[in-house]
Design a protein around this ligand. Structure first.
Ligand code: BDP
Length: 728
């Protein structure tokens, strides 16, 4: 009996150890099932020549050992005769005989080559680069090829990152809450740092290095000055020590009023000599703790954050002061362009949907949040120091399911720009909706700004990319198992924006779930259409910002009681009995004028503007004939229903392949898709009920009718929804 009990306990323990809890992300390294493939890889990669003993080389060795011994289920050898060669030309001068010097130089400090070459008549695989960190990137690429069962016999890869700065932004607070975080609390355990190094920090660095991310801003943009005090700088230094060998620099958010809050000064005026000196001293101090500190990310004069405008100074004055303090140490200032008028509009300026004014009439000409970042920053173009980058959100408003690209891209010809994407899904279903974001990122990166004629794509105008992280201390890091793909896809695109969403999805699936072809093709389809599906059930036809106030979870197109007019959904959709949409043409706010003429032309005529953007730029009547031949109202009803139907289709797709993966994640995804369907219906029903009441038009009977009354949807409250800030 006792023996049986012991056996049962052992079985439970073993199955617990092997449970697929998602912690390993895309770095799973389980044995490749096909013995022939395994054997082939082993012949090519099982014997490794890897000279050097830097901290980075040590972890390259460790990663190769874990990955290859796991995937190939065999013992990996390191020896000088190895036919898999990993090294810089300074480690292995012989490499120079096989690769021309110019090509090597072109790799810079982060690029690498992976080549299959005959050396002395024998096939070899060579990974080479100019630095150890670049070798690490190359090694992760090779591991990816093995994980996805690609042939390595004819390799001739040269890979150089497109952008120098590939950075995650954590909106993590000092008390470990995460603003707009939906995957638990912060992974930074400030309380136990610097003495306790959680294994997560190491695995976080591995995951980031595997996709080429080379920087991390540890702290929330709504910043806390305490992070700049010695107690916290020591903690940050401990993290920097962990990340350094992985090629990852740490950055902090700088609270503009820190000289007052922790420096005892009376002002934070950027033109005040004492303030300037304070930041210079602070920078010096930081670099004593962290010699390769990356620099500051700053949110200033935005949503109540302090900034130079508090002293009548410009954003350039503020950014340049910090830039001067960091310049001696090669530090960078990432100054955010996410600003909108500090003068809060009064509630009585709110939009009134029952008024008799036709909102096509341009009554709101001076009053459009869309225009504010451009209006503030365009005049400052060329006024920033060399070590300032302007960090611009992808769209003009705020990470909505679909936005046109920000008009600042293409407009700031003399200022380096950095893209800010949101990886965490504040406005895209938070923790529960399966949405694959690389399609959204690509739509923006591939958009043509025409700033320098046709082909002036957004991706060509950038010096860096930042992504607001979706990482928390949930066992699987991101809450929803599929949200790992957004972290992954963000990194892959930051390295190479020309990668297709399809490639990214397929390689992520193979590494994360299964190499089975039917699984990969079905799940790729689910992922690629998921973002359009969400747009349809949340904000079709260019609707935007119609979510609930504060928590941003769920629909609230009726909402009209926020302290600022431009926090209210009614301000953005302007639905009245005549029509719906925000007129941003010349007869409206003329925001379109912030774009190059060719861009403006593609959107300024409501008859030729594409369906995706029509309500972004036009207030059109409910009877407006759409491209499909339907009226606007019919089209809106159709799209909302299409969104819901597409979630049902995703469920079917998942059900058809889920047996090919482990039960644990298979069930998680099934449950999450059920929630997604429920919430897609909620969005559809709440929005259509409301718009139907304003338009005074019924939802056509061929569609499923709302489950509850409009009053019911309006009554829902979410005071404890996750991710709400305010505790920084
Ligand atoms: C908004 C978020 C808010 C952030 C802000 C920002 O709701 O929590 O602080 O963006 O980017 O979308 O600064």
């Amino acid at each position: 009996m006792k023996k049986l009990l012991l056996l049962a306990v052992c079985c439970i323990a073993i199955s617990y150890c092997y449970a697929e809890d998602g912690y390993r992300l895309w770095l799973r390294y389980d044995k490749i099932s096909n013995a022939t493939i395994r054997q082939h890889y082993f012949q090519r990669l099982g014997s490794i020549h890897l000279p050097g003993n830097s901290a980075t080389i040590t972890l390259v060795k460790k990663e190769l050992t874990t990955a290859l011994s796991g995937l190939l289920a065999n013992n990996i050898q390191f020896n000088q005769q190895g036919n898999f060669i990993v090294g810089t030309p300074s480690h292995i001068p012989e490499i120079k005989r096989y690769i021309n010097n110019e090509n090597l130089l072109a790799l810079g400090s982060e690029g690498y080559m992976i080549l299959a070459k005959k050396m002395n008549g024998n096939p070899h695989i060579i990974i080479t680069a100019n630095t150890d960190v670049a070798l690490l990137y190359g090694v992760f690429n090779l591991i990816r090829l093995v994980q996805t069962n690609q042939s390595i016999d004819q390799l001739s890869i040269t890979s150089i990152p497109k952008y120098k700065n590939r950075i995650l932004n954590h909106w993590d607070n000092i008390n470990r809450s995460v603003e707009r975080g939906y995957a638990g609390i912060s992974i930074w355990d400030w309380h136990k740092l610097p003495d306790y190094i959680d294994q997560r920090y190491i695995d976080y660095a591995r995951a980031n290095a595997s996709i080429g991310i080379n920087g991390t801003v540890l702290t929330n943009v709504n910043a806390n000055a305490q992070f700049l005090t010695p107690v916290y700088l020591k903690k940050t230094a401990a993290l920097a020590d962990v990340f350094r060998p992985y090629g990852i620099k740490v950055y902090l958010t700088a609270r503009f009023s820190a000289p007052i809050e922790i420096g005892g000064l009376k002002t934070a005026d950027p033109l005040d000599a004492d303030v300037q000196q304070w930041w210079k001293n602070k920078a010096k101090e930081i670099y004593q703790y962290i010699p390769d500190f990356g620099g500051f990310l700053v949110k200033a004069n935005s949503e109540g954050q302090p900034g130079p405008q508090n002293y009548g100074r410009t954003h350039a004055d503020g950014a340049n002061m910090l830039a001067d303090a960091l310049a001696p140490f090669n530090g960078l200032v990432m100054w955010r362009a996410f600003v909108y008028d500090v003068r809060v509009q009064k509630a009585n300026e709110n939009f009134d949907s029952s008024s008799t004014v036709d909102h096509n009439a341009g009554d709101i000409a001076s009053n459009d949040r869309f225009k504010q970042a451009y209006s503030e920053f365009k005049p400052l173009d060329g006024k920033f120091r060399n070590n300032v980058i302007l960090q611009v959100k992808n769209g003009p408003i705020d990470f909505q399911p679909r936005e046109p690209f920000s008009p600042l891209f293409g407009a700031m010809k003399a200022t380096p720009l950095m893209m800010e994407f949101q990886v965490t899904q504040e406005y895209l279903g938070q923790a529960t909706h399966l949405v694959f974001l690389p399609t959204l990122y690509k739509e923006i990166l591939d958009a043509d700004t025409y700033s320098n004629g046709k082909g002036s794509f957004v991706k060509e105008q950038l010096n860096g990319i930042a992504g607001v992280a979706n990482i928390g201390n949930d066992r699987n890091w991101t809450g929803h198992p599929f949200h790992q793909s957004n972290w992954y896809g963000f990194g892959r695109l930051a390295w190479d924006p020309d990668l297709s969403s399809n490639t990214i999805a397929a390689e992520w699936i193979a590494q994360t779930f299964s190499n089975e072809a039917p699984f990969i093709s079905t799940v790729t389809q689910m992922m690629l259409s998921s973002r359009e599906t969400l747009v349809n059930y949340m904000t079709p036809l260019g609707l935007h910002h119609i979510m609930g106030n504060g928590h941003h979870y769920g629909p609230a197109p009726w909402s009209n009681n926020a302290p600022r007019a431009d926090w209210n959904p009614v301000y953005y959709h302007k639905a009245d009995k005549y029509g719906i949409g925000f007129n941003r043409t010349t007869s409206g706010t003329n925001a379109l004028n912030q774009y190059a003429a060719q861009v403006r032309q593609q959107w300024e005529d409501s008859n030729s503007c594409s369906d995706e953007y029509i309500l972004w730029f036009h207030h059109i009547s409910w009877n407006h004939k759409m491209r499909s031949g339907k009226t606007l109202w019919e089209e809106l009803c159709y799209r909302y229903n299409l969104g819901v139907d597409s979630v049902k289709a995703m469920q079917q797709q998942w059900n058809s392949v889920k047996k090919l993966v482990d039960e644990e994640r298979s069930n998680q995804v099934t449950m999450l898709l059920n929630i997604q369907l429920k919430e897609a219906k909620w969005w559809r029903d709440a929005c259509l009920s409301y718009f139907s009441s304003i338009a005074q038009l019924p939802i056509p009977p061929k569609y499923e009718q709302p489950e509850y009354s409009l009053e019911y949807y309006k009554s829902l409250q979410f005071p404890f929804a996750p991710g709400i800030g305010g505790h920084n």
